[in-house]
Write a protein that binds this ligand. Structure first.
Ligand SMILES: NC(=O)c1ccc[n+]([C@@H]2O[C@H](COP(=O)([O-])OP(=O)(O)OC[C@H]3O[C@@H](n4cnc5c(N)ncnc54)[C@H](O)[C@@H]3O)[C@@H](O)[C@H]2O)c1
Length: 332
C-alpha cells in the first residue's frame, strides 16, 4: 500500500521508520508544514516528500497516518475522510469535545475506518494486566494507581498547542484505565501545580497533576503526572483488588527505587522517554492499522474510545479550574 504520513516531528519521525520498514508499505509519502523537516525525514527513511495531504491523496495514498501537531488533527481527518481513506490519528482526535464530536460525525458519515493512537493498548504489560483482571486473578478490583512521569518537559511551542497536561499526557492513563478495566469513569476530581518552567503557566497549563477518578463499579483510581522526573520515564498502572496487586510498567528499566531495602531500579538503563518505553507498542499499533485499513481486523481503538478519554480529560481540566469534582455526565 501507499501511505501518507502527515507530521515529521518527534512521533512522526518514529512512525516513518516503522512504516518504511513494513513489508506491506510499498511507498511512504511524507509531508509536514515544515517542508525542510519533511524532506530530511523522507530522505532518511527512503520515503517521498509531498507538499501537503492533498498532494499525497492525489499521488494515490491508500491510507493516512496523522502525526502532526494536535491543533491540525481535526482538519486533516476531515480531508482524509472526504477522500474516503482509512485514517490513523495520533491522540487526541481534536482539541476539544465539540470538534471531536464533529470529526467523529464526519468520519461516520464518510464510513471511513479510524484508529486512534493510544499505544498502551499494545504494550505487553498493560495487556497482561487486562488479562489477569479479566481472569479473576486479582479478585474484585477496588483501587488503581496510574503514573506518568516525563523526564523533562516538551518544548514550549508543543505545550502551548497541547491542550494541557490532562488532555496531552493523562489522556493515555485515562484510556488505559478504561481499556484495562473495561469500566467507564463517572466522576473526576483533579488538581494541578506549577513547579517548573514559566511557559506552562503562560499557556494556562500545569506541570504537576493529580486526579481521583470514580469508576462506574465503585473502584477508585489515583492518577498522577509530572513533566520533571530526571531519573527517567516512569509509566505504570497498579491494579489492586481483594486478591492482591499487579503492576504494569514495573521492570528493571523503571526509574523507581526502594527506600527500605536499597534495592534500586533500574538495574538496566532507565527508560528515557515515550519512544524508548513504547517502541514495540508503536510498531504493533501501526501493524494493526495496516491490518485494519485492509479490513482484516476491527479498529483496536475507535473514535468513541478517543471521545471517552477526552471527556475524562475535559472533566479533569474543568475540575482543576473550578476546584470541585466533575461528573462526566455534565458533558452530555
Ligand atoms: N501516542 C503518543 O505516545 C504520542 C507521543 C507524542 C506525541 N503524540 C501526539 O502526536 C502529535 C505530534 O506530537 P510530536 O511530539 O511529534 O510534536 P512535534 O512538535 O515534535 O511535531 C509536530 C509536527 O507537526 C507539524 N505540523 C503542524 N501543523 C501541521 C499541519 N497543519 N500539517 C502538517 N504538519 C504540521 C510541525 O511542523 C511538526 O513537525 C501530537 O498530537 C501529540 O499529541 C503522541
Amino acid at each position: 500500500m501507499r501511505i501518507a504520513l502527515v507530521g515529521a516531528g518527534r512521533i512522526g519521525a518514529f512512525h516513518a521508520e516503522v512504516l518504511a520498514r513494513h513489508p506491506e508499505v510499498d511507498e511512504l509519502l511524507v509531508t509536514d508544514a515544515d517542508r525542510a523537516r519533511a524532506a530530511s525525514l523522507a530522505d532518511k527513511v527512503g520515503a517521498s516528500q509531498v507538499p501537503d495531504l492533498a498532494a499525497a491523496i492525489q499521488a494515490g495514498a491508500g491510507a493516512v497516518v496523522i502525526a502532526a501537531a494536535t491543533a491540525a488533527h481535526a482538519e486533516l481527518i476531515h480531508t482524509a475522510a472526504d477522500a474516503g481513506l482509512p485514517i490513523f490519528c495520533e491522540k487526541p482526535v481534536a482539541i476539544d469535545v465539540a470538534a471531536t464530536r464533529a470529526v467523529l460525525g464526519h468520519v461516520a458519515s464518510a464510513a471511513v475506518p479510524l484508529q486512534v493512537g493510544f499505544q498502551r493498548r499494545f504494550d505487553p504489560g498493560y495487556l497482561a494486566a487486562r488479562d489477569a483482571l479479566a481472569g479473576g486473578g486479582l479478585g474484585r478490583l477496588h483501587t488503581l494507581r496510574a503514573v506518568t512521569s516525563d523526564p523533562a518537559p516538551p518544548h514550549p511551542e508543543y505545550v502551548a498547542q497541547s491542550g494541557g497536561q490532562y488532555r496531552d499526557l493523562h489522556i493515555h492513563d485515562f484510556d488505559a484505565i478504561r481499556f484495562v478495566t473495561g469500566r467507564e469513569v463517572e466522576t473526576v476530581y483533579a488538581v494541578g501545580a506549577n513547579i517548573g518552567a514559566e511557559f506552562f503557566a503562560a499557556a494556562g497549563d500545569v506541570d504537576t497533576t493529580a486526579a481521583v477518578l470514580r469508576l462506574d463499579d465503585g473502584a477508585l483510581a489515583l492518577v498522577t503526572g509530572t513533566r520533571y522526573h530526571a531519573a527517567g520515564y516512569d509509566v505504570r498502572l497498579e491494579l489492586s483488588g481483594t486478591g492482591g496487586t499487579l503492576v504494569a510498567g514495573l521492570s528493571e528499566r523503571t526509574p523507581v527505587r526502594s527506600a527500605e531495602t536499597g534495592i534500586g531500579w533500574p538495574s538496566e538503563p532507565a527508560y528515557t522517554g515515550f519512544l524508548d518505553r513504547f517502541a514495540a507498542a508503536y510498531q504493533a499499533e501501526l501493524a494493526a492499522f495496516i491490518d485494519y485499513a485492509q479490513g482484516r481486523i476491527d479498529s483496536p481503538c475507535t473514535g468513541a474510545d478517543a471521545l471517552a478519554a477526552l471527556l475524562i480529560s475535559e472533566a479533569a481540566e474543568r475540575s482543576r479550574a473550578l476546584d470541585r469534582p466533575v461528573r462526566i455526565a455534565e458533558f452530555e
